[in-house]
Design a protein. Structure first.
Length: 336
């Protein structure tokens, strides 16, 4: 099993050092034969090669079974937005759930945001015209149907089979209107799944007032980007927010957050967002190798135990540093 690793910028390398040692430990225990391919991308690659995403890096990622990516700094859009489109990673899966001892707005929150990952206002179609600037919002029937299908399939695997489609179709009648129409079309094919729609502004409020109402939220690229940062804070911190960029052939797993320059180099970055991203990676890889399912369970179990012992970083009201949290997780893995 070949895993591409992107070190990232800011707190990225600190988080990756932590995740790497956990991957080594898992491989030691389960003998999955993990091979690692280091990929150069981001601000450091931009300085070295004049390109944030060198062609060779893209080719290397394509040759791997999955990619684990730490956050990147100001060149993030040139790397991840490009990769999402080039590798057609159309589904961005962003879970937000409560964990033991992490203070959340409410107990027992378990939401998955399914964000369309290839179009919308992030298509890069921006123009300057005299004293104006114009950005084009692209919504296609193909991408909307396939993300809705993805969300409903995911709902079928969950205990709470509820999907909320989030949009602003009352105002953006054509673009968001098409997205809503596609979601309704797919909803009709899944009678077992409860379906609702919510406007993006109301949803942002409801996510704070009663987050337990939601199970799966399916939405367009930009709303999903914003809602997932909000959802992460609703359950405690961006530092525990993992994500998966999934396509039919490739997948990249990364924290929801950025490179956190305000705490970079201080040794206090929460490594959990990247470790939980690795857990999602093993979950996804389990169709290729059954042992990856065990790897995912081991990571989940270890994180829960470490949190129950109160070992955590300052962003989730703990007193431990990145290294101490990592060591505690490795300890738990050893005792699995
Ligand atoms: P950010 O997400 O890096 O940080 C926001 C806040 O959350 C900061 O106070 C930070 O300290 C805190 N935080 C984030 N992750 C944390 C962790 N693991 N542990 C503890 N605290 C954590 O957002 P910001 O500062 O707006 O962006 C910084 C850079 O990241 C920008 O250059 C941006 O372009 C880039 N970025 C990269 C992304 C990616 O690689 N996919 C995604 C989002 C932003
Ligand atoms: Mg974001």
């Amino acid at each position: 099993m070949k895993i591409a690793l992107i070190n990232g910028d800011g707190i990225g390398p600190e988080q990756m050092e932590s995740a790497r040692s956990i991957l080594y430990k898992i491989d030691d225990i389960l003998d999955i034969n993990l091979e690692f391919e280091e990929i150069e991308a981001g601000d450091s690659a931009l300085i070295k090669y004049g390109k944030a995403l060198p062609d060779e890096s893209i080719e290397k990622i394509k040759r791997c079974d999955a990619c684990l990516k730490a956050p990147i700094g100001s060149s993030a859009a040139d790397v991840i937005v490009t990769l999402r489109r080039m590798l057609d990673l159309y589904a961005n899966v962003r879970p937000a759930k409560t964990y033991p001892t992490i203070k959340a707005l409410k107990d027992d929150i378990d939401i998955i945001i399914v964000r369309e990952n290839t179009e919308d206002l992030y298509s890069g179609l921006e123009y300057e015209l005299d004293d104006s600037a114009i950005a084009i919002k692209v919504i296609t029937r193909r991408a909307s149907l396939r993300i809705a299908e993805f969300a409903f399939k995911m709902a079928m695997m969950r205990e709470r089979k509820i999907v909320h489609a989030v949009h602003k179709a009352n105002l953006l009648r054509k673009s968001d209107g098409l997205f809503a129409l596609c979601c309704r079309e797919v909803a009709n094919r899944y009678p077992e799944v409860e379906y609702g729609e919510m406007l993006i502004d109301a949803c942002s409020m409801q996510l704070i007032r009663e987050p337990r109402e939601f199970s799966i939220i399916v939405t367009m690229n930009m709303y999903g980007d914003i809602l997932s940062d909000e959802a992460a804070q609703v359950v405690g911190s961006l530092g525990i927010a993992p994500s998966a960029n999934i396509g039919d052939k490739f997948a990249i797993f990364e924290p929801v957050h950025g490179s956190a320059p305000d705490i970079a180099g201080k040794g206090i970055a929460n490594p959990l967002s990247l470790i939980l991203s690795a857990e999602m990676m093993f979950e996804w890889l389990s169709s290729k190798d059954r042992r990856c399912k065990i790897a995912a369970e081991m990571i989940d179990n270890a994180i829960n135990n470490v949190l129950r012992k109160g070992i955590k970083t300052p962003d989730i009201s703990g007193n431990n540093n990145t290294h101490e949290v990592t060591s505690a997780i490795i300890n738990e893995l050893t005792n699995y």
